[in-house]
Design a binder for this molecule. Structure first.
Ligand SMILES: NC(=O)C1=CN([C@@H]2O[C@H](COP(=O)(O)OP(=O)(O)OC[C@H]3O[C@@H](n4cnc5c(N)ncnc54)[C@H](O)[C@@H]3O)[C@@H](O)[C@H]2O)C=CC1
Ligand SMILES: CC(C)c1ccc(C(=O)O)c(O)c1O
Length: 253
């Protein structure tokens, strides 16, 4: 019987995947037969531990450092990934940073540029490095990790919410260019997920956040990764320009 979630023979690049949501997606893709290259920033310990875990199961994970907001670093990383994988079929833009819960009036241009640079510009840079090749080969999947805060907004996170809303818009626009060529561009907009990024917030912030959630708890990374597998595999072949929200019912569209 065919497995519509099978990724055998597929080559995937996943940014921000030394830990958290990106790592869970990389793990699931490997388990479904994909060859995977990841990047991270200054997180060698987690990246190596992840590689060792994968190797102990007889699989191989390519990992490198790359700041996705730096065009030169992105070019080097994308060339490096293609040397290891060959033609890349799937790109998952998961690299992201939060805003530190700082009121807008206290932020400066540097804060804004950093958050937009990594979350939005980084998504664009990495996608652009692979998009033309996907169009040429008439096959590709781009999966952008946004956030439900793109819809909800949140105090102290104006730059982050703007960046993630930008990712949703970028996803829709690019889907029009990709879909006629079987290059499907979609996004995932999770609710709050228990990762280092979320744990950066104060205990008080986290308690208040949890109390707002219909399910009364944060998501786990393994509850987000299957949505990426759906969008990456033949099971998701008819999705274009969509933003799917595994969010425990916090935002219902
Ligand atoms: N944790 C959450 O509650 C939610 C997270 N998200 C999004 O999910 C994505 C993943 O977040 P988490 O796994 O929670 O974060 P995390 O902090 O656990 O992992 C972040 C990953 O991104 C990498 N990274 C950070 N800056 C980078 C840069 N400049 N270039 C390349 N890689 C970089 C880190 O090295 C790490 O591998 C982000 O885009 C985030 O905005 C969306 C909704 C909710
Ligand atoms: C960790 C980031 C800043 C974050 C925090 C909270 C939510 C949420 O309440 O939905 C998110 O979606 C996030 O991306």
């Amino acid at each position: 019987m065919s497995n519509v979630f099978d990724l055998s023979g597929r080559k995937a690049v996943i940014t921000g995947a030394s830990r958290g949501i990106g790592a869970a997606i990389a793990q699931l893709f490997l388990e479904h037969g994909a060859e995977v290259a990841i990047c991270h920033v200054a997180d060698h310990q987690n990246a190596e531990a992840f590689q060792n875990r994968v190797r102990s199961r007889g699989l191989e994970l390519h990992a490198s450092e790359c700041d996705v907001s730096d065009p030169a670093a992105v070019n080097r990383f994308c060339t490096w990934a293609q040397e290891r994988l060959g033609q890349v079929d799937i790109v998952v833009n998961s690299a992201g940073v939060g805003g530190g819960d700082r009121p807008f009036a206290m932020t400066d241009d540097q804060d804004w540029d950093r958050i937009i640079g990594i979350n939005l510009r980084g998504t664009m840079l990495v996608t652009r490095a692979f998009f033309a090749g996907m169009l040429e080969r008439q096959y590709g999947r781009v999966i952008n990790v946004a956030s439900q805060l793109a819809y909800k907004g949140a105090p102290g996170l104006a730059h982050y919410c703007a960046a993630k809303a930008g990712v949703v818009g970028f996803t829709r626009a690019l889907a029009y260019e990709g879909a006629p060529h079987n290059v499907m561009v979609n996004a995932i907009a999770p609710g709050p997920v228990d990762t280092d990024l979320l744990r950066n917030h104060s205990a008080q912030w986290l308690e208040a956040k949890k109390a707002q959630l219909p399910v009364g708890r944060f998501g786990q990374v393994d509850e987000i990764a299957p949505t990426a597998l759906l969008l990456a595999s033949s099971a998701g072949a008819f999705y274009a320009g969509q933003t799917l929200s595994p969010n425990g019912g916090d935002v219902m569209l």
